[in-house]
Design a protein around this ligand. Structure first.
Ligand code: ZN
Length: 157
């Protein structure tokens, strides 16, 4: 039985960014060509491949609402890519990040400070599974630990 799902940016937001090239605050979306490892796409939850064109935008995260709401810088493939929903495994965008931050929220969107943890991406799955056993947790946002960019939202399957 699977325990969790990793969710991506919704396809409507991705399409809007690709079409308008404007972010959620009306700012210009930047274009980037993948020239080194990294460039995690928040729609297909894959890393950019060398030479691919990516967009760099600010996205208003749908969750949490309330006082812990935040926008995040995100990369996105400039062209169409499949919308990801990954069952019971972490995407490569998390696994291959050297240091990620797990931010846990309750059903009211309040941050559960006592559960927060920073770990290498390759070691994130075990503490994630453990914390999903806490009945207070409604969802988890995984961010890059240093710049704080959102990578995926995890919900129970
Ligand atoms: Zn993509």
């Amino acid at each position: 039985m699977s325990q969790f799902m990793c969710l991506a940016m919704d396809s409507a937001s991705a399409a809007r960014f690709r079409t308008t090239r404007r972010d959620d605050r009306g700012g210009k979306i930047l274009g980037r060509i993948v020239d080194r490892p990294g460039f995690p796409c928040r729609h297909c939850l894959r890393l950019g491949r060398l030479g691919e064109e990516m967009l760099l935008a600010s996205w208003d995260l749908p969750l949490p609402g309330g006082p812990y709401w935040t926008p995040s810088p995100v990369f996105l493939h400039a062209g169409d890519c499949p919308h990801a929903a990954i069952e019971d495994a972490l995407p490569e965008t998390v696994r291959e990040n050297p240091l990620v931050s797990l931010r846990h929220y309750d059903a009211d969107g309040m941050c559960l400070y006592d559960l927060g943890i920073v770990v290498p991406g390759q070691e994130a799955e075990a503490p994630l599974r453990q914390r999903l056993g806490d009945p207070r947790v409604a969802f988890v946002n995984i961010h890059t630990a240093k710049p704080g960019c959102w990578l995926t939202r995890v919900e129970r399957a």
